[in-house]
Design a protein around this ligand. Structure first.
Ligand code: KIV
Length: 271
């Protein structure tokens, strides 16, 4: 699938070197993609969070590669300026061969520029193989929604010294394996800073403090659409808009808040 080329991976990496904050948001369809790009979002993530916010499951575990390809194509059709990252869903990269084949499908059929995998350790060989095949990779450390059963629920990761040290080592290993970027989810703000200083590739935080190189939110949280309790690290930007302002303005407020260091504020972080 060939569409317009968005921002390059190299350009995003250079933003870290230049000290410019990177703005990332999830999207799952064409209309939202247009709002995000109109507001200046640099990276769009077709997250497997779609299993929860679009499909209505209580985790991301039931999302398939075909689901991700479908939603990625909807976003790719509308994308003009952003880098397009797609999640590799649960059990789509358990072997190196599966990882390589599924990453190729997400790029060829879905139109993604980059694929995202959760974890380090056992996943490093898959990352090396995908990168060797010419597909850029984004890592994901901290709270790993695809390992929610092993982690015992949605809770802050890396609070103990040993776990924090291991996460720093994992971040370095991801960079060595060829990852070009990594998401850090739900970790103490001090650890987000430590990891961001330990690697040369951009870190994109979600509940990882203000010192990450960029920030990501699930779009439905930013728009106040997520039913029930909103995660502490998110913010309903649309709900805070003056009357008459809509989705593009709310996303623009997020972009501006990230760029100026106003988001995330201390109350969105963890100790
Ligand atoms: O699936 C997703 O939306 C994600 C973000 C929370 C980073 O991985």
């Amino acid at each position: 699938m060939n569409g317009p080329q968005g921002l390059s991976v190299e350009a995003v990496v250079k933003m870290k070197q230049a000290g410019k904050k990177i703005t990332v948001l999830t999207a799952y369809d064409a209309s939202m993609t247009k709002h995000l790009e109109a507001a200046g979002v640099e990276v769009i993530l077709v997250g497997d969070s779609l299993g929860m916010v679009v499909q209505g499951h209580d985790s991301t575990l039931l999302v398939t590669v075909d689901d991700m390809i479908y939603h990625c194509r909807l976003v790719a059709c509308a994308r003009e300026s952003a880098l397009l990252v797609v999640d590799m869903p649960y059990h789509s990269y358990t072997t190196v061969d599966m990882a390589r084949a599924n990453a190729q499908r997400l790029v060829k059929e879905g139109g993604a520029d980059m694929v995202k995998l959760e974890g380090a350790g056992a996943v490093l060989d898959a990352i090396r193989a995908i990168v060797a095949g010419g597909i850029p990779v984004c890592g994901h450390l901290g709270l790993l929604p695809q390992s929610i059963e092993e982690l015992g629920g949605y809770r802050v990761q890396g609070r103990e010294q040993a776990a924090a040290d291991k996460m720093v080592a994992d971040a370095r290993a991801l960079e060595e394996a060829g990852a070009s970027m990594m998401v850090l989810e739900c970790i103490p703000s001090a650890l987000g800073k430590r990891i961001s200083e330990a690697v040369t590739i951009p870190t994109i935080g979600i509940g990882a403090g203000p010192d990450c190189d960029g920030q990501v939110l699930v779009l439905y949280d930013l728009l106040g659409l997520t039913p029930g309790k909103r995660p502490r690290f998110s913010k309903d930007f649309l709900g805070e808009m003056p009357a008459g302002k809509g989705i593009t303005e709310a996303v623009r407020a997020y972009v501006e808040a990230v760029k100026t260091g106003k988001f995330p504020a201390p109350e969105h972080g963890f100790k």
